[in-house]
Design a protein around this ligand. Structure first.
Ligand code: TYD
Length: 136
């Protein structure tokens, strides 16, 4: 699928002197129902995460604290995003290879996902991903 379908989604931000609030409703603010939430934390400096693509899974990636980079790749085109706001998320459509790096100290990466964890939905081999994407 084309990398052009991936985009930054600005989430609602309710300003309040007591502290700001952001909510995310599946099917409303993001184009899928949320079946799973997971987060990366205590990431050592210099670590890289990701390094795979999903056949069907859709995701929204949010920097809840700190910052990191997400490199997206549809087999033809690559795009790097720097995430550092808890009120904006990166929507990642199916069939996109992703790599996460440049984690700042104390950063937390939250991912909202359209399905439960399913290892058979992964491409963990880049060449197999390119084959399936019709690039090779
Ligand atoms: P992986 O998806 O490779 O992590 P990342 O893309 O962030 O580098 O998953 C790492 C391990 O965690 C792998 O053994 C599968 C397991 N895992 C789950 O059990 N449930 C989940 O929801 C996720 C995302 C991973």
């Amino acid at each position: 699928m084309s990398i052009e379908r991936c985009k930054i989604i600005d989430l609602p931000k309710i300003h309040d002197p007591r502290g700001n609030l952001t909510s995310i409703e599946g099917g409303v603010h993001i184009p899928f129902d949320i079946q799973r939430v997971y987060y990366l934390y205590d990431v050592p400096g210099g670590s890289e995460r990701g390094g795979h693509a999903h056949k069907e899974l859709q995701q929204l990636i949010v920097a809840m604290s700190g910052s990191f980079d997400v490199l997206l790749d549809d087999g033809r085109k690559k795009k790097r995003y720097h995430l550092n706001r808890s009120y904006s998320g990166l929507y990642v459509c199916p069939m996109i290879w992703r790599e996460l790096d440049n984690f700042s100290s104390g950063s937390v990466c939250m991912v909202l996902a359209s399905s439960h964890y399913d290892e058979s939905d992964y491409f963990r081999d880049y060449q197999q991903f390119l084959n399936a994407a019709g690039v090779l």
